[in-house]
Ligand binder design. Structure first.
Ligand code: HEM
Length: 587
């Protein structure tokens, strides 16, 4: 099998062979055409400089064409953030460093402060136009939807894990996947809390048991197991059972009791670790941009985690296909409630590859996003005990201390919804996203006194809801503060309702998150259950691993970065570096 790196070199071979062709062919060609004898040193110099010259020529030609096209439309080019080194490689290096060690949007913020809310970070001579403007995001996601795609570059990087699933497809292929999965998210199904309730019980008993024994718990790890188990049961009726596997003890625990390693626990941890690693590899590719295959010359870095994922998923899919085969085609309107997404999908396709792609896409969509939001809600509870107490009051008033919450309870709990929204405003699970434009286009200028902006065809267009959600001109002077009431008081009218594209944790338009309502239900359900069981939460900072502690220098910066006591980390989705170690107080 050809590795991604070798495939990349083969694809680039026509250009890469220019020096060779010049070196070997120039002198004989000149002789044959009766031209002058070319000195060897000239041939060598030409061969050596041909590639850089070719690249410079192409870049200059493209920039000249873009300028002409912009002029013709009465527009201007997007301001470029210039790096100090050739191809702005220093910016790329800085971004990679920031991703690993910085706070989300470090580096990008400087560009935006300097040049405005739309900046071209022209890394490796490729137009990479970042916008934080609601009006541009609206064009991308909604009003000019057909001109913006995930694009071949993005899809190629994700393909070895996500295949052609709903996340990783465009056009008719995407429509096919979306139509296939949408019916599954109907109101009855997403309000059926049986699965959630069972797994929430496991979370609570584990928290209680560890708390009684005096240990703190990594809430992110625990809740990731909850979202994985719920999603796997919901999606393919086959629980990963990660909550039954060994849950880690804090690193500062004096003598944690030994945990028996069962085959099931090991299998669950292997699957979860492989899934996490595969997602990490994908985010590394996305970060490197179009040159990522060069870092995978000797092998596909997703191959190993995908082997472990397949070991778990393939038998599940085979068993569902077998069951379907034995039962014959289910009639529409049958006992739909009992069917998982996988069973539903089998009514549309029997292609195991399509089934696996879809399931993996859904797991990606459903696990880390809700895990992250719930983790940050609990973090905010530890930082704002008054908010925690107020949500708890609401829980007790609407649901009481032990009853199982219903869909109607959740719908009516306005403050809980405001807390979830405020958490997703400050720490959205998908803080950065990206599209590519098919045709050249023009965006309105953020400064009405300036000409509109010309966007060349095929530009990489990252948009950041993380940055947009913190803009003071859109949210008011307290934009960086955690204040759930902004979704309930005058600020709702003054800011949010003026522009419904400025709050987009779930995206918008035709590709809006399919699981939005399910996610609100799942997260609300879990919080209600937690607040019925526990009255408060505290951080156990002693238990944080060094990589999970915000560096000292953050305290000397501005905004939220200076006050946070956890460390947000960025991959495809956001998470908490080193986890969130907490202690709970029994209610
Ligand atoms: C807090 C929880 C969640 C957040 C913040 C969230 C956010 C998002 C965002 C921003 C997108 C757009 C991605 C893109 O265009 O590249 C998306 C898409 C999607 N989400 Fe969610 N999501 C959440 C939970 C879920 C859950 C629980 C599920 C299902 C189990 C789900 C299913 C999907 C699907 C299928 C898509 C793809 C839609 C498409 O491309 O047509 N999401 N989500």
């Amino acid at each position: 099998m050809v590795t991604p790196g070798v495939a990349f070199l083969l694809r680039s071979s026509p250009v890469l062979s220019i020096p060779l062709v010049l070196g070997v062919g120039l002198r004989p060609l000149s002789r044959q055409l009766g031209g002058p004898e070319i000195a060897a040193w000239i041939v060598i110099s030409l061969a050596l400089t041909s590639l850089p010259l070719y690249a410079v020529f192409r870049v200059l030609l493209r920039d000249w064409r873009n300028q002409r096209a912009a002029d013709a439309l009465g527009a201007r080019l997007v301001p470029v953030k210039k790096g100090k080194s050739i191809g702005s490689i220093d910016i790329l290096r800085q971004m990679r460093h920031n991703r690993k060690h910085g706070y989300p949007a470090d580096g990008l913020n400087q560009g935006v402060e300097e040049l405005g809310p739309v900046v071209n970070f022209k890394v490796l001579w490729m137009d990479t136009i970042l916008t934080t403007s609601p009006e541009h995001v609206k064009l991308i996601l909604s009003t000019d939807f057909n001109n913006y795609v995930k694009g071949d570059r993005f899809k190629y990087g994700m393909r070895s894990v996500l295949g052609t699933g709903v996340f990783n497809s465009d056009g008719d292929q995407w429509k096919f996947h979306r139509q296939m999965t949408r019916p599954f998210f109907n109101r009855d199904r997403i309000s059926d809390f049986d699965i959630l309730d069972r797994h929430a019980d496991d979370v609570i008993s584990l928290l209680r048991q560890r708390s009684n024994a005096g240990y703190s718990v990594d809430f992110q790890d625990l809740i990731g197991r909850f979202t994985m188990d719920s999603a796997s049961e919901f999606l393919f009726n086959n629980c990963v059972n990660s909550l039954k596997a060994n849950v880690p003890y804090p690193r500062n625990a004096a003598s944690p009791p030994p945990q028996p390693t069962t085959y099931a626990a090991q299998a669950a941890n292997t699957f979860v670790d492989a899934f996490t690693l595969a997602m990490l590899r994908l985010s590394e590719r996305e970060e490197l941009g179009r040159i990522w295959p060069l870092f995978e010359i000797f092998g596909d870095k997703t191959a190993e985690p995908m082997r472990d994922i397949s070991k778990f998923l393939d038998p599940v899919i085979e068993a569902a296909m077998e069951k379907k085969h034995l039962a014959g085609t289910k009639e529409k309107g049958g006992d739909a409630e009992e069917l998982s997404l996988l069973d539903e999908l089998l009514n549309t396709t029997s292609d195991p590859r399509v089934l696996k792609d879809e399931i993996l896409n859904m797991l990606l969509a459903g696990r880390d996003t809700t895990m992250h939001t719930l983790t940050v809600v609990i973090y905010f509870f530890t930082m704002h005990p008054d908010v925690c107490a107020r949500v708890r009051e609401e829980v007790l008033a609407h649901v009481g201390p032990s009853r199982r919450p219903t869909y109607e309870d959740i719908r009516d709990m306005k403050y809980l919804r405001a807390v979830l929204n405020e958490t997703m405003r400050l720490y959205p699970s998908v803080p950065f996203n990206v599209r590519e434009n098919i045709n050249a286009t023009v965006w309105p200028s953020p400064d009405p006194n300036e000409k509109p902006l010309y966007i060349p065809a095929g530009s990489k267009l990252p948009y950041s809801v993380f940055m947009m959600h913190r803009r003071k001109d859109l949210w008011g002077p307290d934009a960086e503060e955690f204040s759930p009431d902004r979704f309930l008081d005058d600020r709702l009218q003054t800011y949010l309702l003026k522009n419904n594209f400025q709050f987009l944790p779930f995206n918008a338009g035709p590709r809006i998150c399919l699981g939005q309502q399910f996610a609100y239900n799942e997260m609300s359900f879990m919080i209600i259950r937690l607040l019925q069981a526990f009255s408060s939460f505290t951080l156990d900072e002693e238990a944080f691993a060094p990589e999970g502690r915000p560096p000292r220098e953050w305290a000397n910066t501005a905004g939220r970065k200076s006050i946070e006591r956890f460390r947000p980390k960025l991959h495809l989705t956001m998470s908490t570096a080193g986890g969130l170690w907490i202690k709970v107080k029994d209610a």
